[in-house]
Write a protein that binds this ligand. Sequence first.
Ligand code: ATP
Length: 203
Amino acid sequence: MSAVGLVVALTGGIGSGKTTVADRLAELGAGVIDTDEISRALTAHDGAALEPITAAFGPDIRLADGTLDRARLRRIVFSDPTARARLESILHPLIEAAMLERLAALETDYAVLVIPLLFETGQDRHADRVLVVDVPEAVQIARVMQRSGLSESEVRRIIDSQIPRRERNTRADDLIDNSGTCVDLEPRLQELHAIYTRIAARR
Ligand code: ATP
């Protein structure tokens, strides 16, 4: 098992600010493990998920240079729930195993596991505490549209595929309101860092 004193799972809806929060907690001293980054590595050239994905979706899911045709895969899984479930059944166990391996190697006081679909995938079982980054839906939509160029209806579709905001917030041990500026976030992040460091030291 991990040497860290406390495992915090960090989640939130698309574009809520998970990466922004995780990056700052890392600067303060947390050991951060980002499951999106693990997912990208698994599906990159030479990634362990590439062969099983090709076996499941056919050779056309690879581009001429052998890399994954991410746009094609995204189109397929967004229009077909069975295909989405198949992709998730390949990726999620691999992501979870890599995350736990990295967690076991951490030597920080506490760990932050960034898991976008935390409750949807039942991975909250790996955490001692759940930290949720929260923003109103209008802010979420504006930030994602600005960053990605997706349309409002595309962003809404993704939001609707995730756990409802109210339920996510209810299941949080700690909540961060990210509706203000990044500067506004700082006192709350300092506070949480101090709390997590203190809890970790007691264990
Ligand atoms: P995703 O779910 O897509 O991985 P995320 O939850 O990790 O997103 P971030 O990438 O941290 O969210 O933030 C989403 C976008 O909003 C980014 O472009 C980020 O720079 C911006 N952003 C985050 N927090 C704030 C803030 N407080 N004020 C203004 N912009 C912000």
